[in-house]
Design a protein. Structure first.
Length: 427
């Protein structure tokens, strides 16, 4: 077990870039994942992740240098490594309760493979206290080793943004908390070398855990404020976009942009790590309700302009939760689909990142923008502004009466010149 050996447990959209960077910065990386296809690709120097600039090049270099291998055997990967970095997802269920299924399973395997003197770092975003009280104690229980003495324990949250991960790893400071001073020192030194980034040391595990969730809560609450103001601005006949531009000229103002909703694994999820642990009735909970209500507001905008939408042909642009990312978890499109189905309208979805089969699996009809059916579309909702939509020719939608711009990015004047009604969120 060499000092420069690292196990990365979880080779998903964040774990694989981490493994690639570590393996190009002087470390031998043992990647572990339960997905055999991912493991096979990594062992060929290839990525299962698309739209992550620079990742394929790093993986090819690591493959040629033989500094990165992958396995489905987490116990084996951990037993060969001096440092273990855990980046396995923690999600919420349909009732917004924390789902530990995947990470609990990973921790069980880590505990079986861990050796004395190993540093374990959790990067997964988790509720405050879980590194120490759930995962650290479970490793102790199974391995018989004592955290802080026999093995070292740290928490350093991932803070990256899909499509920009490699740059973010260089640019963003790494927040690190440890169970004791030795754990903090080891983890800080590791990241300084493995990522060549600035390190911010905090006083304990819980501070580091709290910081990551607080970052996400900040964004969710401020987006909710923007959405609430946007709805009010519509009532007053005021452009929220103009308000934001003017208001943010004051250095203490940082108004966010409104939209049709908030999706993905982060912002709609992590607030519940506070809400479910003592902040059930505060501002954070209210913000969640506001942001989840924006899809309903979009449908109300349609009904205000069109009236009854029964049997109307409605096209949603973007199945993904945001632009240029193939990820549907908590996508506002899913909320829109549920609402529109209740109104008995006909739903079509276009998303260049998904196959027709993938789109159909959500109980909707896929529609190519080259299909003659576009002439029969009555209403368009822009949900995810993929690059492919930047040059979209709305004149092809000859029967379209209304476009709901859920991201406030389309050219209102050009659309209205075509005789199509344009409605943005707060615009």
């Amino acid at each position: 077990m060499e000092h420069n050996t690292v196990a990365v447990v979880g080779l998903g959209k964040i774990g694989l870039p981490l493994a690639a960077v570590f393996s190009n910065n002087g470390f031998y990386v043992n990647g572990a994942d339960i997905n055999k296809k991912i493991v096979s690709l990594v062992n060929m120097g290839k990525s299962h992740i698309t739209n992550e600039p620079g990742l394929n090049t790093l993986l090819e270099k690591a493959h040629q240098a033989k500094t990165l291998t992958a396995t489905i055997n987490t116990v084996d990967a951990v037993s060969k490594s001096k440092v273990v970095v855990v980046i396995v997802p923690v999600l919420i269920d349909d009732n917004n309760n924390v789902n530990y299924q995947f990470i609990d399973s990973a921790v069980y395997e880590i505990a079986k493979g861990i050796r004395k003197g190993t540093l374990v770092i959790f990067e997964t975003t988790i509720p405050t206290g879980d590194t120490r009280n759930r995962f650290g104690k479970k490793i102790e229980e199974i391995s018989g080793l004592k955290m802080g003495n026999d093995f070292y324990l740290a928490y350093s949250p991932e803070r990256v943004y899909s499509n920009h991960i490699l740059n973010n790893l260089k640019e963003y400071p790494k927040i690190v908390g440890g169970i004791n001073e030795r754990s903090l020192e080891l983890a800080s030194n590791f990241y300084a070398k493995a990522l060549n980034c600035k390190v911010i040391k905090v006083s304990n595990l819980e501070t580091a855990e709290f910081t990551k969730v607080a970052e996400s809560v900040y964004r969710d609450v401020n987006i909710a404020l923007a959405n609430e103001l946007a709805v009010y601005a519509d009532q007053k006949g005021v452009s929220m976009l103009e308000v934001i531009k003017a208001g943010n000229s004051q250095p203490f103002s940082n108004l966010h942009y409104p939209g049709v909703g908030v999706g993905g694994h982060c912002i709609p999820v992590y607030p519940y790590f506070f809400i479910n642990r003592g902040l059930a009735n505060g501002l954070i909970f209210t913000a969640r309700k506001i942001n989840d209500s924006m899809s309903k507001y979009a449908v109300k905008l349609i009904e205000k302009e069109i009236g009854d939408i029964k049997k109307q042909n409605i096209l949603i642009l973007g199945l993904s939760f945001r632009e240029n990312v193939k990820e549907v978890f908590k996508s506002s499109t899913l909320l829109l689909v549920d609402l529109i189905k209740q109104k008995e309208a006909n739903i079509f979805i276009n998303d260049p990142l998904y196959t027709n089969l993938e789109i159909s699996s959500y109980g909707v009809t896929p529609l190519s923008l080259e299909d003659e059916m576009v002439k029969n579309i009555d209403i368009i909702i822009l949900q995810a502004f993929h690059d492919e939509y930047r040059e979209l020719k709305f004149e092809n939608f000859s029967n379209c009466k209304l476009i709901i711009d859920g991201r406030n990015v389309l050219n209102k004047n050009e659309i209205e010149k075509l005789g199509i009604e344009y409605k943005g969120i707060g615009n």
